[in-house]
Design a protein around this ligand. Structure first.
Ligand SMILES: *Cc1c(COP(=O)(O)O)cnc(C)c1O
Length: 465
């Protein structure tokens, strides 16, 4: 064994014959690359003096594995056992059944994306969400773009290019690294005028900063952090009063953009789009896939004349949403028309409001199923834990939840890795020497998959690339 085996390595040609005989259904180009990669990997290991089998059968196996990995889409569904409801890395909001169905209906064929059914002529894609958004928010007009970062960029570019935008120093937020308000502002061509201090900004600070160059007063919801102690901020209503008097429009970037009052379910207040509109804000921007619980989108509601300007801006075309998004957003918004069922229909709202008893029962069920299949040496218990809302929303909300805590005699890290490599992958966390499976953000049907992922022998290390 060792370097001497180099001569015994099958040729790529030979390997390819085996691979094609295996009828994997994978395209030949992938098989050729995989055959090369598999032989090369073994050659390298032999040269390092490792003991590796050069048996053609096992090389074919590993080549097939490589080809399958490369031939499989990398974006797959995943199971969220982290307890973080709006996990940005796991795709934020899961869609409602109605929204998923709407997407499925639209993807399969043609759609009425931009056609007027009465005339048979070109219509507008805005028709699919504007009536819903105006009804739900109380605004005169509404539009939607690719995401909220895009909505803010577009609104600033439209209303304030070459002009000054007044913002409180306490609201110059960064969201998830790639969205920093001063940088978005710079991209839009607007000039940032900071007023107040990190902790205290008054209405009079904005008023004093207004000049002939002022294009906009901007209020930004500090979605993902809190300041407490010696603090003050000007309310949107105060800004609106100043804006009206001085002839300057007021925009409120809500970030998360809720359409229901979370206080009604014992959660912290999150400004709703309808509150912002009622206070008189001229433009209000918010995300589609945060607390709203829909697809990635940036919603803009407000005065008709500003919405028209926003739509007519050249960037609007570059930031427009696609038909799948319209389908999902339209279905999500229509769920909000019935306040009595929306809390059950939208998964994000449902997860936010799951009761302790319900979570505990779900955790106990998962624990029992795991105990049935897991080795006797594992310790599996239900433990109270805290879940987060995530997605830069409701940073103050610490939601009491339940998790199944798994303690194994072997390396927990390996188990956690095996979960991530399972199909579909399961994401959990390790804390206090236990693998914690928080049940809050689990969806129906997830539990048996977790049991499988954790108790099946799993993929041995190093096989997947
Ligand atoms: C999240 C957020 C954004 C960005 O929204 P995306 O939909 O992620 O692009 C902008 N502003 C605020 C205040 C936010 O919280």
């Amino acid at each position: 064994m060792g370097v001497a085996d180099l001569r015994k390595l099958p040729s790529v040609e030979k390997l390819l014959q085996h691979l094609e005989a295996a009828n994997s259904g994978l395209p030949r180009t992938l098989l050729v690359d995989a055959a090369r990669a598999a032989v090369e990997a073994i050659r390298e290991r032999l040269l390092r003096g490792e003991e590796v089998s050069v048996d053609a059968g096992s090389i074919v196996e590993s080549a097939l594995r490589i080809a399958r990995t490369h031939g499989t889409p990398t974006l797959t569904r995943a199971i969220n056992a982290t307890g973080i409801i709006l996990h940005t890395n796991l795709g934020r909001a899961p869609l409602s059944a109605r929204a998923a169905q709407a997407v499925a209906d639209v993807v399969a064929g043609y759609s009425t994306l931009e056609i007027d059914r009465d005339t048979g002529r070109r219509g507008s894609r805005h028709q699919h969400v504007e009536p819903l958004l105006t009804r739900l928010s109380g605004a005169e007009a509404a539009t939607a773009v690719n995401n909220n970062a895009g909505a803010v960029l577009l609104a600033l570019s439209t209303l304030a290019r070459g002009k000054e935008v007044i913002v409180s120093r306490g609201e110059l937020v960064e969201i998830g690294g790639s969205f920093r308000l001063p940088e978005v502002m710079a991209q839009s061509g607007a000039h940032l005028v900071e007023v107040g201090t990190t902790n205290r900004t008054y209405a009079r600070d904005y008023e004093r900063a207004i000049t002939a160059e002022t294009g906009l007063l901007l209020k930004v919801h500090r979605s993902n952090f809190v300041v407490s102690g010696f603090v003050h901020e000007a309310s949107p209503a105060e800004l609106v009063e100043i804006g009206r008097r001085r002839g300057v429009p007021v925009m409120f970037d809500l970030g998360s953009g809720c359409l229901v009052d979370l206080r009604s379910r014992g959660l912290p207040y999150e400004p709703t789009a309808q509150d912002a509109v009622a206070m008189g804000c001229d433009l209000v921007t918010f995300s589609g896939d945060k607390l709203l619980g829909g697809p990635q989108a940036g919603l803009v509601v407000g005065r008709a004349k500003f919405i028209e300007m926003v739509r007519a801006h050249p960037l609007a075309r570059a930031l427009r949403m696609d038909k799948l998004d319209y389908a999902a957003l339209g279905a999500t918004l229509s769920a909000y028309l019935d306040p009595s069922t929306v809390w059950d229909e939208i998964p994000v709202l449902q997860m936010l409001t799951r009761s302790a008893a319900e979570l505990r029962a779900a955790a106990e069920e998962l624990r029992d199923a795991l105990r049935q299949r897991a080795p006797g040496s594992w310790q599996i218990d239900v433990e109270p834990t805290t879940s987060e809302v995530g997605g830069g929303s409701l940073p103050e909300a610490h939601l009491p939840s339940y998790a199944v805590a798994v303690r194994t005699p072997t390396q927990l890290e390996e188990r956690e890795l095996a979960l991530r490599r399972h199909h579909p992958p399961v994401f959990a966390r390790i804390a206090e020497n236990a693998l914690l499976l928080d049940v809050r953000a689990l969806l129906p049907g997830d539990a048996p998959i977790i049991v499988d992922a954790l108790t099946s022998s799993g993929t041995p290390e190093g096989q997947l690339r």
